[in-house]
Ligand binder design. Structure first.
Ligand SMILES: O=C(O)CCC(=O)C(=O)O
Length: 264
């Protein structure tokens, strides 16, 4: 399904290590992007005002939560070996899906998210424990709410609110990541980042495949969210990635899931 055959290179590794992110251009072909967007819009229409409420709703954006339970085409993305290789570079081999969401920045929303690390995570003694993959479902431009990132901030072991008066302000070192529908940005999610304001007349959609180390709670407890009939049909590989047969995850996520880096 991917129009992407390049393995991870030394350049990719250096970008992830030093900048905290790495941009994979043309990862999905346009047919697959169209298919994902068709299903995404179907879900927004079906879920209406409740869309995203299994996790959090956000002013100025439409969100879908738990999309791992809402279509095989979404699950295929999170289990792609070409993606997992990058994620494992950040987290090591013992990782799992933390959540799979869609975010669509509303036309002319006038809202720049505050800089944040996902789930407010700071690297611990064992190293990095969160990694996000941002799948562009529309082009990301300087006008439509592209993601900004502060390169190298994953290394600082601090959160934006520890040093900035207002994390919604511009940071002197931030960079805007623009790109095309079908690109994927793999991000060490300790790196400070946020969606910016959409100043155009169209929505800007992205899917977020968010992973964490296996000794941490999932952001969304997959075993609780995925319907039994979906769980029953999953391959052993997906069951492992979603931590469906993992007593440690049950212990961690039953009580500890639900964190966001900034959404109340
Ligand atoms: O603009 C995006 O899709 C990324 C937004 C983001 O960082 C978040 O919702 O946590």
């Amino acid at each position: 399904m991917a129009g992407y055959n390049s393995p991870m290179t030394q350049d990719h590794r250096s970008q992830l290590d030093q900048l905290g992110y790495c941009h994979l251009h043309g990862f999905l072909d346009s047919a697959r992007v169209r298919e994902l967007n068709r299903r995404v819009e179907e879900l927004f229409a079906e879920e209406g005002d409740g869309a995203g409420s299994e996790f959090r709703q956000e002013e100025g954006a439409r969100r879908l939560a738990n999309v791992a339970g809402k279509g095989a085409l979404f699950r295929e993305c999170i289990a792609m070996p070409e993606i997992l290789e990058f994620v494992e570079h950040v987290l090591g081999p013992d990782c799992k899906l933390s959540s799979l969401n869609v975010r669509s920045a509303n036309p002319r929303n006038g809202i720049c998210q505050p800089l944040h690390a996902d789930v407010g995570a700071v690297a611990d003694a064992a190293g990095y424990w969160v990694c996000n993959t941002v799948w562009m479902l529309d082009d990301f431009t300087a006008e439509n709410g592209a993601i900004r990132v502060v390169p190298g901030s994953h290394i600082w072991r601090k959160l934006p609110q520890d040093v900035m008066l207002n994390p919604a302000d511009a940071h002197p070192e931030e960079r805007l990541i623009t790109g095309h529908a079908g690109d994927v940005v793999v991000m060490n999610a300790h790196a400070w980042h946020s969606g910016t304001a959409n100043r155009t007349a169209n929505a800007r959609r992205a899917m977020h495949g968010f992973y964490c180390r296996r000794d941490k709670p999932q952001q969304q407890y997959q075993k609780r969210l995925l319907r039994p009939e979906v769980q029953q049909g999953l391959s052993p590989r997906l069951r492992h990635l979603l931590a469906l047969d993992d007593p440690l995850n049950d212990e961690l996520s039953a009580a500890g899931s639900g964190s966001s880096g900034f959404l109340k």
